[in-house]
Write a protein that binds this ligand. Structure first.
Ligand code: ZN
Length: 151
C-alpha cells in the first residue's frame, strides 16, 4: 500500500472516530447486544430494529480505541437497510478481510469504505478491535441474551 493511500485510510478512521454515525440509543429496538474486547478495553452496546428480514435501524453506544469505534460507525452505516442474510454475509467477508484468510488479490470492493480496515490483519490485537462491532451484531441478530467477549 502506498503512503498516500495509507494516509487516506487513516483519515477515514479518524473521521469516524470523531463523528461516529448512528451513535446513541434507538428507543424502539427489538434486538440488542453488548460486546467487550478486554485486550484493548473496547466496549460497545448495539441496538437494532428489524422489520421482518430487514435491518431498519441500528445504533451503538460505548467506545474504546479509534479502530473499534470507527469500525462500529462504519458497520452500522453499512448494514442499515440490508437484510439479515446480507448482514451475515458481510460479517463473513469482513472477518475474512481482517483475519487475512481470504484470497490475496481480493480487493474487498463489496465492503466499500470498510476496506480501510484491512490493514489491521497485520496486528492481531487490532483484529479484535475491528471485528468487535461485527461479533456484537451477529450476537444481537441471534437475540443472544448474554454479552459477548472477543476472548
Ligand atoms: Zn481497541
Amino acid at each position: 500500500m502506498n503512503s498516500e493511500l495509507r494516509e487516506l485510510y487513516q483519515q477515514v478512521i479518524l473521521d469516524h472516530n470523531k463523528n461516529p454515525k448512528n451513535f446513541g440509543k434507538i428507543e424502539n429496538h427489538n434486538h440488542s447486544s453488548e460486546g467487550f474486547n478486554p485486550l484493548c478495553g473496547d466496549h460497545i452496546h448495539l441496538y437494532l430494529h428489524t422489520d421482518g428480514d430487514i435491518i431498519t435501524d441500528i445504533s451503538f453506544e460505548g467506545g474504546g480505541c479509534a479502530i473499534s469505534k470507527s469500525s462500529a460507525s462504519m458497520m452500522t452505516a453499512f448494514v442499515k437497510g440490508k437484510t439479515l442474510a446480507e448482514a451475515n454475509h458481510l460479517f463473513e467477508r469482513f472477518h475474512e478481510m481482517v483475519t487475512g484468510t481470504g484470497s490475496d488479490d481480493d480487493a474487498y470492493e463489496d465492503l466499500d469504505k470498510l476496506a480501510v480496515l484491512q490493514g489491521v490483519k497485520e496486528f492481531p490485537v487490532r483484529v479484535k478491535c475491528a471485528s468487535l462491532a461485527w461479533h456484537t451484531l451477529v450476537a444481537a441478530l441471534k437475540n443472544s441474551p448474554e454479552s459477548i467477549s472477543t476472548e
